[in-house]
Design a protein around this ligand. Structure first.
Ligand code: HPA
Length: 234
């Protein structure tokens, strides 16, 4: 047990999928894993361990935002030995050619600040995805015919953004989408020598202002779970 995770030693798999929402973790475990058992419910943050095609997997919520994700990523890697962590979540598209429901695979994540910022002081660390995972996820998505974009994203600390000028700079510099967790996941994974990736579904569009209808969210989320699981074990 750690401060935030109630699992016994050995109850967390080396491969962990991390949706933001704990109920999404439950849904993914029930629909994609065999013999899934709940291994964490501390503070309502649910984690489940089971198998996918014979491989052990944990699906554990991260919560929203980098401070929350940082707590779980640190404990999962440092205390439970997680070695591959894949965020599955939603993002807002920042380029016109990207459509609602498309998948974005984050090669890198720009950010104003992460919980690791203090460590780097004046240095601007460039968080990046594990290349093998990224390539595998892009291959799986292409084989499944899912419209997919690979490139840089923006990990913001705020959903209700009072600095639209920052979004403008991100758009101008070709950033594909905005979410709130990947930069810290990549940074913590790098610190401990773990592999990390973020696979994101576009749920809303910052330029066209379209949004994914709620009835489509489950199907899009399912695509991401499958891309992440197949990439993890390819
Ligand atoms: N901003 C930040 N995070 C998000 C967004 C957004 O527009 N959409 C989905 N996650």
């Amino acid at each position: 047990m750690t401060v935030h995770i109630g699992a016994e030693p050995g109850q967390i798999a080396e491969t962990v999928l991390m949706p933001g929402d704990p109920l999404r973790a439950q849904w993914a475990a029930e629909n994609y894993l065999e013999n899934a058992e709940c291994v964490n419910r501390v503070r309502g943050m649910l984690g489940f361990t089971g198998t996918y095609k014979g491989n052990r997997v944990t699906i554990h919520g991260s919560g929203m935002g980098m401070p929350s994700l940082s707590i779980y990523a640190n404990e999962l890697i440092r205390d439970y030995g997680a070695k591959t962590l894949i965020r599955i979540g939603s993002c807002g598209a920042m380029q016109k050619h990207i459509g609602i429901r498309d998948v974005i695979i984050a090669m890198t994540a720009s950010t104003l600040s992460t919980p690791s910022r203090g460590l780097f002081r004046e240095l601007s660390f460039a968080p990046c995805a594990d290349y093998g995972l990224l390539r595998a996820a892009a291959d799986v998505a292409a084989k499944r015919g899912v419209p997919t974009h690979v490139g840089g994203i923006y990990s913001s600390d705020v959903f209700y953004d009072e600095r639209p000028d920052l979004n403008e700079q991100m758009v101008r510099h070709g950033v594909l989408g905005v979410e709130m967790e990947a930069a810290e996941l990549y940074t913590v994974a790098a610190r401990y020598g773990a592999r990390a990736l973020a696979v994101l579904t576009v749920s809303d569009h910052l330029i066209t202002e379209e949004a994914l209808p709620s009835e489509d969210r489950e199907r899009s989320f399912g695509d991401m779970v499958e891309i992440a699981l197949e990439a993890a074990f390819s």
